[in-house]
Design a protein around this ligand. Sequence first.
Ligand code: 6GU
Length: 235
Amino acid sequence: MRVDVITCVPFLLESPLQHSILQRAQEKGIVTIAIHDLRDFTNDKHRQVDDYPFGGGPGMLLKIEPIVNCLRHLQKERTYEEIIYLTPEGETFNQKIANYLSGCQNIILLCGHYKGVDQRVRDHFITRELSIGDYVLSGGELAAMVVIDAVIRLLPGVLGDETSALLDSHQDYLLEPPMYTRPAVFENLKVPEILLSGNFAQIDAWRDEQAWLKTQARRPDLVTKFEGISPTDAS
Ligand code: 6GU
């Protein structure tokens, strides 16, 4: 998979991509993540990427010209299934969208900054707008990192244990059961007896029950969704 990120603050994206799982996924050649500095696509000598809104008002908008220059540069090389603009006004990102994006070959993520981008970019060049939740960030870069992380970890070969992504919270709309590791007793704190029993059928049943109880208590909205999908979808 290839992910091209367009930003006017490339430094914000560099560090998270150079460590841990995202670094390994790139080194293994499973994903190529390319960061593009909008300033490299300006034609004017001041390399200005933003300007005041027509009609007045506070804040600056990203200009259409460098964005379209960058998009055309990328689209000359390959076709993109999605050109995504990160904005708090977008559809709320979730695991289903992450799953879908992990099946794409090439996607572009455009990070907004300041007050956003010229509406003509959104109307004519963007295929989809995503938000990561109902709060406002100062730019789309951190949101883009969230999307990248959620998508890349789903690609085959990225996680050590191939099946572990499938057991994640939200993959099947239930939260995870409580987990414990050694020691079995720390001071007076004991691990649930059942987990030490070696009876894996009972352990599975206990975990399912705990997952239900936790989800019911914390996220009753997810339980409703879980009941709405078929047993084969949920497995
Ligand atoms: Cl995608 N961008 C910004 N600026 N703020 C956000 C967001 C995105 N998602 C939630 N808040």
